[in-house]
Design a protein around this ligand. Structure first.
Ligand code: MEV
Length: 423
């Protein structure tokens, strides 16, 4: 029998769950218990979460951790991170501490331009279109003036509107390419509203607007973060040799896409965790970062490293479209708290913090990969998780951690060791 359903969104939460249990859990209420365990007893909080999306049936928790000891441009930060991967916060904290005694991180916003486009089709004479655009340009801006009023007061607004001929790529295809400054907001709604107003103003019987939408590719909303120190300050022993390996690891990621994807994934471990904790849009950040990594046609490392005149330098340049006002940033109590923890940063300051989180994570990964290997740290966290899953006492936990100090951690091996211990 078909399980398609009509008018589902009109059912209340409990009815939705009943429908789910009946149709996809054979009426077994175990799933219902799991869902209700994650409901918040505070009705205000629960209602808030229910309303974030449609058809909410429960809350999906992610651990919310903090990484202390970040020094960025001479200022101390504790960085909030929401992430499920066990080693990320630990790595961030270690690396933050490490660089705090070597001058800290330096970060700089290079540009803050956002982009939106009205994509349209036009079959007529190109010169006529250009003429029409020239006469319309002022009206396009006027059509958005009510929308941009507040943004202009805050120092932002529309920077420019260009007519772009894309007919080489697709027959009859043109666009209005619009650039924006959105100050402390990510600006998605603002940009889309402006574009739709412009599209209405621009469209005529010869211009067929296909769509109006911001671009999440913002190569000119760019931030740079870096660390540097004398090569001999980098490792306790064999510093020159290990620093060289570190630089080679970055060079490999730069020329080899298979490695670059994993290398950048490690960077995004740090970036996404702070993006999510601060209520920003991690899908926008992700898609932009990867497009930027491939800006010259090959997917490459987002970070760079050099050794010059005995100085090790490691840096990242990454586009980050972030907001510190609007969206979820102040709606979600934990994002709001994350922003407070960071000292209520401007969007520019948040760009710097998040680029640093990415660089720190990349540093931790490359340092581990080019020295002890990644599994040592990962397995330690994995071991703790398995032990926790077994419900072991504190004493048993300590025993197992010592026992596995020089042994390979597998789920079975830990269970066996635990069972032997219990015997
Ligand atoms: C794991 O989540 C991330 C790493 O694989 C990143 C890297 O290989 O650089 C450790």
């Amino acid at each position: 029998m078909s399980k398609t359903v009509n008018g589902f969104s009109k059912l209340n939460k409990f009815e939705k769950i009943d429908w789910l249990i009946e149709n996809f859990f054979n009426g077994d209420n175990e799933a219902k218990n799991t869902l209700s365990q994650y409901w918040n007893e505070n009705e205000i909080i629960q209602d808030l979460h229910d309303d974030f999306i449609e058809n909410t049936i429960s809350n999906y928790y992610l651990p919310f951790g903090i990484a202390p000891n970040f020094v960025i441009n001479g200022k101390d930060y504790v960085v909030p991170m929401a992430i499920e991967e066990s080693s990320v916060v630990a790595a961030a904290s270690l690396v933050a501490k490490f660089w705090s005694t070597r001058g800290g991180f330096k970060a700089e916003v290079l540009s803050t331009v956002k982009i939106g486009q009205v994509h349209f089709m036009y079959e007529g004479d190109k010169a006529e279109l250009q003429k029409y655009f020239n006469t319309k340009k002022e009206d396009l801006l006027k059509a958005t003036s009510a929308i941009t009023k507040n943004m202009r007061k805050r120092g932002g607004g529309i920077l420019d509107v260009e007519l772009r001929d894309k007919t080489e790529e697709l027959e009859n295809y043109y666009q209005l390419h619009v650039t924006f400054e959105t100050v402390d907001s990510m600006g998605a709604n603002f940009i889309n509203s402006c574009l739709e107003a412009m599209a209405n103003e621009f469209e005529n019987e010869n211009i067929r607007v296909v769509m109006s939408i911001l671009s999440n590719y913002v190569p000119e909303c760019l931030v740079k973060a870096e660390v540097s120190c004398k090569v001999e300050e980098l490792y306790a022993e064999n510093s020159e040799y290990l620093a060289q390996k570190f630089v080679e690891a970055v060079q490999i990621a730069n020329v080899e896409p298979h490695r670059a994807v994993t290398h950048n994934k490690g960077i995004m471990n740090g970036i996404d965790a702070v993006v999510i904790a601060t209520g920003n849009d991690f899908r926008a950040i992700e898609s932009c970062a990867h497009a930027y990594s491939a800006k010259d046609g090959q997917y490459r490392s987002l970070s760079n490293a050099t050794i010059e005149n005995g100085i090790f330098k490691f840096w990242i340049e990454i586009p980050l479209a972030l907001g510190t006002v609007g969206g979820l940033t102040s709606l979600h109590p934990l994002s709001k708290l994350a922003m407070q923890m960071l000292g209520k940063p401007s969007a520019k300051e948040l760009m710097q913090i998040i680029a640093v989180a990415g660089l720190a994570q990349n540093f931790a990964a490359l340092r581990a990969l080019t020295t002890t290997g990644i599994q040592k740290g990962h397995m330690k966290m994995h071991l703790t998780n398995i032990i926790k899953g077994l419900g072991a006492s504190e004493a048993d936990k300590q025993f197992l951690i010592n026992y596995f100090e020089n042994k390979t951690v597998t789920h079975n091996a830990v269970v066996e060791a635990y069972n032997n211990l219990r015997k």
